[in-house]
Write a protein that binds this ligand. Structure first.
Ligand SMILES: Cc1cc2nc3c(=O)[nH]c(=O)nc-3n(C[C@H](O)[C@H](O)[C@H](O)COP(=O)(O)O)c2cc1C
Length: 217
């Protein structure tokens, strides 16, 4: 476990307030495109943090499947642990780590289910087997063994053979509406750059203007 004793130098390249656009969602898109160009494996993967009804936090990786001026879109099973947690408490976090670029983006916000038609559109774009898998897995529920899971998949494959697969009601998209987006850039001597955009959502969900602040590393 050599990595435990390494002290990497995260480089000299600075992240200055003037390097970032006024809109952090647009800025995020620019960094995602740069992560793709740098051949980061699964650059759209992020760690989603939730808090459940017992105030217990849990993190897991999911894939970003859309980003627009409303926020960040991912898809999952609404009855999974993350789905249950979001139903109890919509506050979520998202952490993108593009470590070989010395970059991290941290997002906080609220997750809300997208409209069924939007989930239908995304579900319809998935490969047939992935659509069948949504019917074959009660995500986050225990199962006796792998064979039982394989049986569930085989049965669903047979059922939907040669047919369009409808979206299960319990499967769909969430939009994370951000209230905080931090751009982190590693620097030498642990004197990293951190620039954070913050806004609030009023009672109607309408956002205030983004404010920008630099955070100590
Ligand atoms: C790279 C990667 C991408 C993943 N993408 C998704 C995803 O987009 N949606 C999803 O539901 N689970 C995804 N998973 C699986 C989740 O990490 C997790 O195991 C699953 O969603 C169940 O989480 P939960 O029990 O906390 O709800 C992904 C895992 C990895 C490692």
């Amino acid at each position: 476990m050599d990595s435990l004793n390494r002290h990497e130098d995260y480089g000299q390249e600075a992240l200055d307030e003037t390097h970032l656009g006024a809109d952090p969602i647009e800025q995020f898109k620019a960094w995602l495109i740069e992560a793709e160009a740098a051949d980061i494996y699964e650059p759209n993967a992020f760690v989603l943090g939730t808090v459940d009804e017992l105030n217990q936090s849990r993190s897991r990786t999911v894939l970003l499947k859309g980003v627009d001026n409303r926020g960040f879109f991912f898809a999952t099973n609404y009855l999974s642990r993350k789905g249950e947690a979001v139903a109890a408490n919509p506050s979520v976090s998202a952490a993108f780590g593009w470590y070989s670029m010395y970059r991290q983006v941290l997002i906080q916000g609220v997750a809300e289910k997208v409209a069924p038609a939007e989930s239908d559109d995304y579900f319809g774009s998935r490969p047939h087997e992935s659509q069948v898998a949504a019917w074959s897995s009660h995500q986050s529920q225990p199962i006796n063994n792998r064979a039982a899971l394989d049986d569930q998949f085989s049965e669903a494959l047979t059922k939907f053979d040669g047919q369009d697969v409808p979206r299960p009601e319990y499967w769909g998209g969430y939009l994370i509406i951000p209230t905080r987006i931090e751009f982190w850039k590693g620097r030498s001597n642990r004197m990293h750059d951190r620039i954070e955009f913050v806004r609030e959502l009023d009672v109607t969900g309408a956002p205030t203007e983004w404010k920008v602040q630099r955070l100590q590393p």
